[in-house]
Design a protein. Structure first.
Length: 338
């Protein structure tokens, strides 16, 4: 479990400032949108290009290019109250009046506002490079918080009762997700429309040792269970089932600490053997020490021809919202601390 990546509220990366000029709402804008306020003369120069490079980097594990964030770059004179209410805002001041490059952050509710100040473009790019990872971490944190907020607007309470009773798991799925298969140790739930499918497999197996959380072990377990339980639509005429795609985009394995709890996360692509279906998946695994088991949440998206980033981000939020019964006060966890 080396090289752990600690995910927490990023409050120490930047100087803390008051929040008197910020929106007190949950933040405007849709999933993944960021407003960048920058003098128009810099939009097509090195400063604007580097902002596009950082925020427009591809999301890992998707079958086609989708940027991490959708950027609205506007000049300062267009920074109206509508844009001030956006959830993610990056203000950039490049002026010879600035004596020393610096960045500050203001946060309130689900809104985060960065302000980069630099005397020239080169100094700004250097400042952004220095703080790039912290910027992305906090923007992603805000988006995860927003996803949880949206999910809680309509929780499937029947499914929560079902998983508590049958799997000793407190889940937070939105309404519309239904059970498709339950084998007592492998649960398949999904939300279906005529154009797309968003679903998850929840399964568990005994914890043996630290190798149980290795990338190879988790992927082997995943593939064996999917072959057993998740047939392709043409299974009546051929041997077809879901599995992990290893060639096009190799699965990416990460170890994390979330709320002082150890998790592993794998992002990548799934495919169907002897068929032409596929899409992204995110697997989130955690140790249930009390029951000596590894619990796995394995979310997938099937949306041919459509964007998938939003659905993966929401599945990620659902996965990290899963709790064990003893972690939920009186069987009912506070919505603010989930």
């Amino acid at each position: 479990m080396n090289k752990l990546i600690f995910i927490a509220i990023i409050a120490t990366f930047f100087a803390a400032q008051s929040c008197t000029d910020m929106s007190t709402a949950t933040g405007g804008g849709r999933e993944g949108e960021v407003v960048v306020v920058l003098d128009k003369k810099f939009h097509e120069t090195k400063a604007g290009d580097y902002i596009d490079t950082v925020l427009g980097a591809p999301v890992y594990g998707l079958p086609q290019y989708e940027p991490m964030f959708k950027v609205y770059m506007i000049p300062w004179n267009a920074f109206s109250n509508t844009f001030r209410a956006f959830r993610n805002i990056i203000k950039i001041t490049i002026s010879s009046d600035v004596s020393k490059p610096k960045v500050t952050v203001k946060r309130a509710d689900m809104q985060v506002v960065f302000h980069f100040k630099a005397p020239n473009e080169s100094a700004f790019v250097e400042l952004l490079m220095k703080n790039e990872q912290q910027l992305l971490d906090l923007l992603n944190y805000t988006e995860k918080k927003y996803a949880k907020y949206k999910i809680r607007q309509g929780v499937n309470k029947n499914l929560r009762k079902y998983t508590l009773k049958n799997y000793n798991l407190h889940t937070t799925f939105p309404k519309g997700y239904e059970v498709r298969l339950d084998t007592s140790n492998f649960l398949w739930v999904s939300f279906e429309t005529k154009d797309m499918s968003s679903g998850a497999f929840i399964y568990h197996f005994p914890y043996e040792d630290t190798n149980t959380f290795s990338k190879e072990y988790l992927l082997n377990k995943r593939d064996s269970l999917l072959e057993l339980y998740v047939e392709g639509p043409l299974s009546e005429t051929r041997d077809t089932y879901m599995t992990t795609e290893y060639r096009f985009i190799p699965p990416k394995f990460t170890e994390l600490m979330v709320e002082k709890k150890y998790y592993t996360e794998i992002r990548g692509l799934w495919t169907v053997v002897n068929d032409f279906m596929g899409g992204p998946f995110i697997q989130i695994s955690r140790l249930d020490k009390k029951r000596n088991r590894v619990v796995v949440f394995d979310g997938y998206v099937y949306n041919p021809g459509g964007n998938k980033r939003k659905f993966v981000r929401f599945l990620e939020a659902i996965g990290y919202m899963i709790k064990f019964p003893e972690e939920v006060s009186n069987g009912k966890k506070s919505e603010k601390t989930q």
